[in-house]
Design a protein around this ligand. Structure first.
Ligand SMILES: [Zn+2]
Length: 179
């Protein structure tokens, strides 16, 4: 049976969770300890089924940064990536798309038409908006996104050497290296 996902039910579940929660180290504590943290940034999908912390077995929470958006797309993640790298000197970027991604089904034309009806005065902004639609297959999309990042003049050259793309297979749980 699937769980009841109302806000009050989620808050109840949080009550139960908090009873066994152990405090997460603060950023100040991590800095004081001198240990390396937040050096790997993952771009992942919003899809709740896709949990990089699980399939990469991340047990130390400050090991990774995860930027999530529909389709695990690089373009909408760029501002986050630049800001985080500026603060933390990121060493590796992993773009992780996944099989069976719902972002293949976005109808960007229909979304734009609905937005134009709702807020016609925002025409320019609506035309510029990117919804992360995946065109073609996911492997192609991941490759395109990695190439976009590697070609971006906004990223450090050193970081661009360490950008890789993968597809997570929802059936097998395995990552396939794409680029
Ligand atoms: Zn997805």
């Amino acid at each position: 049976m699937s769980p009841t996902t109302t806000v009050s039910n989620l808050l109840e579940r949080n009550q139960i969770y908090s009873q066994s929660h152990t405090a997460i180290p603060t950023v100040a504590e991590i800095k004081e300890s001198g240990r390396s943290a937040f050096k790997t940034l993952i771009i992942s999908c919003t899809d709740g089924r896709i949990m990089p912390e699980k399939f990469l077995n991340i047990t130390v929470p400050e090991e990774v940064l995860i930027v999530r958006n529909s389709g695990a797309r690089a373009r909408p993640a760029l501002a986050n990536l630049v800001a985080l790298d500026d603060m933390l000197n990121v060493e590796n970027v992993l773009v992780i798309g996944h099989t069976d991604c719902g972002a293949r089904n976005f109808n960007e034309g229909a979304i734009r038409a609905r937005l134009m009806k709702r807020a016609p005065e925002y025409k320019d902004e609506i035309e510029r908006m990117q919804f992360g639609k995946i065109l073609g297959d996911i492997e192609h999309s991941v490759r395109d996104d990695v190439e976009f990042l590697k070609g971006s003049p906004l990223l450090r050259e050193e970081l661009k050497k360490n950008i890789q793309g993968f597809v997570f297979d929802v059936q097998t749980g395995k990552l396939k290296e794409i680029i």
